[in-house]
Design a protein around this ligand. Structure first.
Ligand SMILES: [Zn+2]
Ligand SMILES: [Zn+2]
Length: 250
């Protein structure tokens, strides 16, 4: 199958020799999006980007990413638009605000038509321009994955990978229900579960040896692959890279 623009990130993910190819893809997308928002192309100066980030905002994790990246003027300008719209909304709410009745056992709950403001604010905790972009790109990558597995060369690549993290394995099984071609049904499920079992076993073995190395009797024994077993175990569990330094502008 000919390499096309949208298949490149998926291939690169499987060539990354990472504990999870989808983690590798996701990290790439995340870095690209952070760079897009506050990076050298200065898209934060463009009204449509400011309008979009202003509307959606950022989750706590990605606010920290914007801070860490290092372009503090760009990040400040992005937040300025976001805070302006929040402040407008807040003032409107404050103007219309009625003191809520105390909830009581014998008091009738009067149904209100409006969603309580706290509910709107609570939902915003997860509203994030960068998360949305990651989700958009990752859903395309899953789709591409299930198109590519019709190709033997790609299937070989998958068989040689180090399995997946639990988070992306769950998503892969979910997406299989939508995209898995019938011809690869048997191959996909047997391969995916085999990869997961073998590689969880391997990483757990590394973690076991890391713990055993703390025993003075093993002090002289070689580390093997155990030195970074802790961050790799954490990645297998939740698809994170705890050992990564913050992503910064160059
Ligand atoms: Zn992963
Ligand atoms: Zn986010």
């Amino acid at each position: 199958m000919k390499e096309q623009l949208h298949t490149i990130p998926v291939n690169e993910g499987f060539e990354a020799e990472d504990e999870c190819p989808f983690c590798a893809m996701e990290r790439d997308v995340e870095h690209r999006t952070i760079r897009y928002v506050v990076g050298p192309s200065a898209t934060y100066m463009e009204p449509h980007v400011r309008a979009a980030t202003g509307r959606v905002g950022f989750c706590g994790h990605h606010l920290k990413s914007l801070y860490d990246y290092g372009n503090h003027l760009g990040a400040a300008m992005i937040l300025q638009t976001h805070m302006t719209s929040l402040l407008d909304e807040l003032k409107q709410k404050a103007e219309k605000m009625e003191i809520p009745e105390k909830k009581g056992l014998f008091r009738k709950n009067i149904p209100t038509q409006d969603t309580p403001y706290w509910e709107i604010l609570a939902a915003r905790k997860h509203s994030c321009y960068i998360c949305e972009d990651i989700e958009y790109n990752m859903s395309r990558h899953y789709h591409t994955f299930f198109v590519r597995i019709k190709d033997k060369e790609f299937r070989d690549k998958v068989e040689g990978c180090k399995g997946f993290c639990m988070r992306h394995f769950a998503r892969l099984l979910q997406e299989a229900e939508n995209y898995l071609p019938d011809s690869q049904r048997h191959w996909f499920y047997t391969t995916a579960y085999r990869l997961m079992c073998e590689n969880m076993e391997r990483v757990k073995g590394d973690l076991d040896w890391l713990i055993a190395k703390y025993d003075y009797r093993n002090a002289g024994a070689p580390w093997g692959n155990s030195q970074d077993a802790l961050p790799r175990s954490m990645q297998k569990l939740q698809g994170i890279y705890p050992g990564d330094p913050p992503y910064k502008e160059k």
